[in-house]
Design a protein around this ligand. Structure first.
Ligand code: HEM
Length: 161
């Protein structure tokens, strides 16, 4: 026999700009804010111990407390559409000394952490988004480096130069 459903009054309130959408995503993926916080903290503990990634982060981040808080807000917004993150990821990455190899490493640590911390649907949900954002950040870094070297801007169908 399955457990009775919890009384909604006993559940923590959903802090979201779109509570109905957030509740639907939580039901579909099994993700919670507490799980995303655990994901962020375990993931960055691995990043900080990783020989390839740690030096890139150490050169930029003095105080990890605010960065981790911001990353929990980011994942809450990306995975559960809560609207809690108000930053701009592109400028933070555009001139980092990284190649696709760094992103590959970042993604492999992220996938391993997501599978440990989240149920399978939740892990698939955050991994799909991380992969999409990693590709976009990498493309922006490459374009920026190409433009800085004086190369012609990369033309893509449907986009004016
Ligand atoms: C090679 C991979 C990556 C490296 C080395 C990296 C490094 C960094 C660093 C050093 C910062 C702090 C920048 C600063 O405060 O000056 C940062 C911020 C951030 N990163 Fe990454 N990152 C990587 C991949 C990603 C990916 C794949 C995502 C998203 C899925 C992401 C999301 C963010 C966000 C949201 C911030 C905060 C931006 C802000 O609002 O200021 N990063 N990252």
């Amino acid at each position: 026999m399955s457990d009775p459903l919890p009384d909604p009054a006993t559940l923590p309130p959903i802090r979201s700009a779109r509570p109905a959408q957030t509740a639907a995503l939580m039901a579909e993926t099994g993700l919670t804010e507490a799980m995303l916080s655990e994901l962020v903290h375990s993931f960055y503990a691995r990043v900080r111990a990783d020989p390839m990634l740690a030096p890139v982060f150490d050169a930029r981040i003095r105080d990890w407390g605010p960065h981790l808080e911001q990353m929990v807000e980011f994942w809450s917004s990306v995975a559960l559409m809560t609207g809690r993150y108000h930053g701009a990821p592109m400028p933070a990455h555009i001139d980092l000394p990284v190649t696709w190899e760094h992103f590959g490493r970042w993604l492999s640590l992220f996938r391993a952490t997501a599978h440990e911390v989240c149920p399978p649907e939740g892990a698939a949900h955050v991994i799909e988004r991380a992969e999409r954002i990693a590709r976009a950040l990498h493309m922006a870094i490459e374009d920026h480096a190409g433009n800085a070297r004086g190369a012609a801007p990369v033309l893509r169908p449907g986009h004016a130069p």
